[in-house]
Design a protein around this ligand. Sequence first.
Ligand SMILES: Nc1ncnc2c1ncn2[C@@H]1O[C@H](COP(=O)(O)OP(=O)(O)O)[C@@H](O)[C@H]1O
Ligand SMILES: [Mg+2]
Length: 363
Amino acid sequence: MNLEYVKRWGWTANPFTLIINPKLFTGYESQVHAVLEHINNKHKIALITGSTGAGKTTFLKWLDENLRDYSTIYVSKPPQTPEEFINIFTDIFGLTFWEKLFRKKLSLYTLPKYIEKKSKHHLVFLVDEAHETNKDVLEWLRVLTDQIKGISLVIAGLPVLEAKIKGDLETLNQRITTRIELNSLTKDEMRDLIKKRIESISGTEIEPFTNSAIDKIYHRTGGFPREVLKLCDRLVNTAVEKHLDKISAVDIEDHREVPRSNVRLDQPVVTFSPKPPSDQQLINLPYKQKRILETLNKDDWLTPTAIADILGIKSYKSRSHAIRSINNILHRLMMEGYVQRESRGKAYLYALTPKVKTLFVEK
Ligand SMILES: Nc1ncnc2c1ncn2[C@@H]1O[C@H](COP(=O)(O)OP(=O)(O)O)[C@@H](O)[C@H]1O
Ligand SMILES: [Mg+2]
């Protein structure tokens, strides 16, 4: 970390990196409204398009975190094979002994019935980077949403995705009832993006930027989120080099930013955020389950192994027994809406759902 930031403005980090934090999401009001309407009306397929850096991923993750009346699944990119596709759901909902026995039989054709049986609440399936996939996969997604009663699908991708669907996938095209485009923020929304970021690292409002600087940043970037962040990043670094405490319009040169290509993760990330339980249900939980929740209240995003190590394994036959048992309990807690899960490849990380987190704070 750059100590100059701290000295100059009291910051604890650089606020203008391209990290994705749904808590910093702002603006795009009409688009947010359209997607919420779509989901609340239990509509089937919504399509979000926008160029790289417009905010698609942040928007989907914001939905994943804020749709508290629904269970949501977020996948950072579409599955590529039928097996991967099926695994997303069996990894979340699990298989009973009998289902394991007949595992071979779970196919793209039986998957809808399986999901319908397992999913207790209306499910919102959020699929990111959908332009990266082929016709077949998009068609599976369409069939899945057609056949499951309680599911809404929100797919996001680059603008080429819409052209691809229009050209090749007429049925899917007809099923899309909500289409939104993320383009750029208004000047006020852009100011809020900057302010939220600065305040999130203990800074004050839009300091060091003056209002004239905000006008100029807007003029230069058109309010396109990624360009705003890149420009702000350069401006604060230059200010540090030149020992400036303030950044005003005269400090901002006139040339335009050159867009940069997208950075991608190799491992798909799948997040499942279940619909949370009622307050009464929480009070009635058994002791072991409560201890796990308390552990997760102290520390977010832990693996079952980390939890076993924190809680100790005294009451179990061995460490691996403890881990397996905790794993089972976590799965149950997830299905009942106490904890959410994120998987990266083979690793699972657990955290309290936002509502349960609030209940703990209130206690
Ligand atoms: N509406 C927004 N509010 C706050 N930050 C945003 C918004 N849109 C985008 N950003 C930020 O801009 C950067 C690029 O956004 P991202 O979601 O990765 O775009 P995309 O997925 O469309 O390529 C991220 O750091 C993100 O947090
Ligand atoms: Mg993205």
